[in-house]
Ligand binder design. Structure first.
Ligand SMILES: C[S@@+](CC[C@H](N)C(=O)[O-])C[C@H]1O[C@@H](n2cnc3c(N)ncnc32)[C@H](O)[C@@H]1O
Length: 203
């Protein structure tokens, strides 16, 4: 599944972060990682109530809504993203990760997180930074997400989580397993500077 509305953004290295910083945009636009996450959700035929955390432009949520039977909800911390996703027809909640969602309410949770490791001295306090930077480890959003996502999953629910080799694949798998998940690879693609994997986590 390839993002087809607008040029897919370059996602080849941590240098892409610097390049994107020069772009006057407030909302992450669909790129290769977005396409892989949408592909994994559609191939898995997610159903029931599905949340896409950090929906950005809403493109992934829209693909899943159009290509599965699921009721899809998007969420994002960025109010500009919430507005853009809503304009795409996505049902959107402004939220910090999973905070407002009820225990056991979701049949699937999708997340393409901010994951690029970033030097703390170079952090820019803008919305694109929030979309891209995973803090010093690259996992500063992924870790709390993994620690809480089991709470909101319904029995037999699934989590589809995008992971980059730049983020520390093994550390993400270990954290998921420590939270009681069984981890499988749903989709994987290699690019010149990173490998992107969508992990499927089940309890
Ligand atoms: C890499 S972008 C992915 C956007 C979109 N899902 C896609 O795949 O094209 C990460 C998204 O997570 C959002 N985000 C960052 N921190 C968040 C938080 N604490 N809670 C919810 N969303 C957050 C960002 O605003 C951004 O839209």
């Amino acid at each position: 599944m390839t993002p087809d509305d607008g040029e897919p953004a370059e996602r080849s290295s941590a240098d892409g972060l610097a390049e994107r910083r020069g772009m006057n945009v407030e909302v992450y636009q669909p790129a290769e990682d977005s396409g892989l996450l949408a592909q994994a959700a559609v191939e898995r035929s997610v159903s029931g109530t599905v949340l896409e955390v950090g929906t950005g432009s809403g493109w992934v949520a829209q693909q899943v809504d159009e290509n599965t039977d699921a009721r899809v909800v998007g969420s994002d911390l960025n109010p500009h993203a919430c507005r853009q996703a809503r304009e795409r027809g996505v049902e959107v909640v402004r939220a910090n990760l999973l905070a407002p969602f009820r225990d056991g309410a979701l049949d699937a949770v999708l997340f393409n997180p901010p994951y690029l490791p970033t030097d703390p001295d170079n952090e820019w306090d803008d919305w694109m930074e929030h979309a891209l930077s995973g803090g010093e480890s690259g996992r500063e959003l992924i870790d709390p997400f993994l620690d809480d996502v089991g709470r909101v999953l319904a029995p037999d629910g699934v989590v589809l989580l995008l992971v980059s080799s730049l983020t520390g694949y093994d550390a993400v798998v270990e954290r998921a397993e420590a939270n009681g998940f069984t981890v499988e690879t749903a989709v994987q693609e290699s690019y010149p500077f990173e490998t992107l994997t969508v992990l499927a986590l089940t309890e």
